[in-house]
Design a binder for this molecule. Sequence first.
Ligand code: GLN
Length: 491
Amino acid sequence: MELSSLTIEQASAGLRKKEFSSVEITEAVLKRIDSVDTNVHAYLSVLEEEAHIAAKMADEVLGRENTAGSLLGIPVALKDNMTMAGTITTSASRMLEHYRAPYDGTVVSCLKKEGAVIIGKTNLDEFAMGSSTENSAFGPTSNPWDLSCVPGGSSGGSAAAVSADECIYALGSDTGGSIRQPASLCGVVGLKPTYGQVSRYGLIAMASSLDQIGPITKTVKDAAIVFDAIKGADLRDASSARADRKSTLGTITGDIKGLKIGVPREYFIEGMDLEIEKATREAIEVYRSLGAEIIDVSLPHTEYALAVYYIIMPAEVSANLARFDGVRYGFRDEDAQDLTTLYQESRRKGFGAEVRRRIILGTYTLSSGYADAYYKKAQKVRARIEKDFAHAFTQVDCLLTPTTPALAFRKGEKSADPLTMYLEDIFTVSANIAGVPGISLPCGFASREGNNLPMGLQLMGKHWDEATILNAAFSYEQATLWHVRRPDILS
Ligand code: GLN
């Protein structure tokens, strides 16, 4: 077995038994990037030198003690909207093409404290806006299962890198599905924690009432390990709410006898891929056989979720991205002769089409006369959606749905039509709107033109209760073999 294909658990065990060193895993991962990333294009930058230094330090620690954390010496990839001191952080935008971050974001500090080896920065849709990674200013990422397809987005680079063994695990960010949807399309595990679990200090903001950072991994237990390492209150992010450092990993037993799983009827909609529907229904049966109680529930305002998201998110985008004015940050149009032209041209040339579209939409829905009709109304419906979840969670412990309505699609297939692209988010945005945690895990494969395309199952839980969905996910993972399959298109 190649070292690059190990899980965190396997790598950590091997490092402790001195079967290999951190330098060796790091080199194996760098070699893998070298051989496949021209095809996949998961990375925007590879931090070879920094990774080597971190790996050597990890080996020294491993030589001295056996008590070190479980991420010590293990290569991780970061979505390129997270700052790491001294490295370029582009958010896949021309606007930040040359922006060198002067500080570590909190998640990066957490990883460094654990002795992780940060191997590179991954591709994304510009400023995390998109579902295919095609909105990157630096070219799209390919799906390792079928290179003609998208990996999903916006954390498409992170999901593809994990799936193609170009890292052991990665971090992504999720505002409306950007961890779970690409994880689903790439056949890996993605966890969006409860809003407020993980500090966003150092995350380039997209929509502040929705953004959350989380892990993308090869297994459920790996996701718990990373989540445990990055969660916790942080004075530098006022929305990070809990100081709880209890191990989630320690609560995973795989025993789900008597667990009440709700299946919301609104998540089986006309037009969704039939193979995805079938795989989800089969997963429900697996859960039943594992001893879970399956309960039919309703989240009646689900049909408004996408509309609410596409009003609130652009409003927050327009506010957050106001800082990119050509003066304080990033790209500046040097030809501008006066201040207004400088603002206009820097923003017109620095931002891509999708980002500009959202800024315009958001500015419109916040403008006087329209704020009541759109933004305030959306906030009211948001409260209803939150209530739907609260009510469902009086009946059940977690909810089970498909992660996406469609399989990985071909590059170019949806990029000309933003509305079709937005429909990709139909099953994922509600968790962000309500702030609850959600996880996507592999639940089968559909074959298309000789290639296998992964499908994902989503579990959503109560606020602060990642433990239940991780345990339920682990139980399913133990009972199935989907997670051990890796794309062979690259070998
Ligand atoms: N696909 C969604 C969008 O385009 C989600 C993005 C995200 O979660 N960052 O907004």
